[in-house]
Write a protein that binds this ligand. Structure first.
Ligand code: NAP
Length: 251
């Protein structure tokens, strides 16, 4: 396998991020697997290495400016200049507006918006120097509005505006920016929602599948495939787009 580019995937110790990291590695990229806990990234790195790929585990909180700068510097030194960035790290703090705490609001804004901003601002230096870059931000169908998610839907809609602005500013440097808006994907995030609602994950998935035109819930690999397209060199004329990957039109 010829390793051509370095990619960073945030929140990649599990779920969608782990699937994206493995897919980009199989596409031939060296991958920095970032998550809050460095040791939690190691199984993903081991899987990539076992398949003949190259990866490192990096512990960093994407909301922490100096941690982000340190992480990107280390990645550039150990793997080469990062020219692909997938802003995937995410959290939910769901509640109806009247019960939502200020901390619930700030936490969600910080991880999704501040995190994506800090990562993109730090990584773009490497991309503009290389005259090549691919930024992929994880939005959500919740950007269209979702009961109990005033914080999350605002952050995920915000990421769409952020993406389009990056596309406008960075295009002349060979850098594209696109967003993927997943629908229901089977991960610990949706499992936690089921638990909070007092239903089994199996019943929760079955109920969701009834509302989805392709009659199933999504899997992390469904999103990894879309990321692989946006991150490819051949997708250089696709920028500022939001792709809903939700088993049907929009939500
Ligand atoms: P997940 O299973 O909860 O994984 C999210 C990962 O992000 C976790 O490993 C988490 O680490 C990490 N993370 C959280 N805060 C972080 C921070 N400040 N810095 C670094 N890493 C951090 O979630 P997922 O379902 O795979 O979702 C991935 C992305 O897709 C998220 O942006 C999510 O909003 C979006 N999305 C998911 C769905 C879905 O149905 N699952 C639908 C639409 C959009 P810890 O485990 O240590 O907290």
């Amino acid at each position: 396998m010829t390793i051509t580019r370095t990619a960073i995937v945030t929140g990649a110790a599990r779920g969608i991020g782990a699937a994206v990291a493995k897919r980009l590695a199989s596409d031939g990229m060296a991958v920095a697997v970032i998550d809050l806990d460095e040791s939690a990234c190691k199984p993903v790195v081991a899987e990539i290495e076992a398949a003949g790929g190259k990866a490192i585990a990096v512990g960093a909180d994407v909301t922490d400016e100096s941690a982000v700068e340190y992480a990107v510097t280390r990645i550039a030194e150990e793997l080469g200049a990062p020219t692909v960035l997938v802003n995937n790290a995410g959290v939910i703090r769901d509640n109806l507006l009247f019960r939502m705490t200020t901390d619930d609001w700030d936490t969600v804004m910080n991880v999704h918006l501040r995190g994506a901003f800090l990562m993109a601002r730090t990584a773009q230096k490497h991309m503009t120097e290389a005259k090549f870059g691919r930024i992929v931000n994880l939005s959500s169908t919740s950007a269209l509005g979702n009961r109990g998610q005033a914080n999350y839907s605002a952050a995920k809609a915000g990421l769409q505006g952020f993406t389009k602005t990056l596309a406008l500013e960075l295009g002349k440097f060979g850098v594209t920016a696109n967003a993927i808006a997943p629908g229901f994907i089977e991960t610990e995030m949706t499992a936690a929602t089921a638990e909070r609602m007092g239903v089994t994950f199996e019943d929760f998935k079955a109920g969701a599948a009834k509302q989805i035109p392709v009659a199933r819930t999504g899997r992390p690999d469904d999103i990894a495939h879309a990321v692989s397209f946006f991150a490819s060199a051949e997708a250089g004329f696709v920028s500022g787009q939001v792709l809903y990957v939700s088993g049907g039109p929009a939500a």
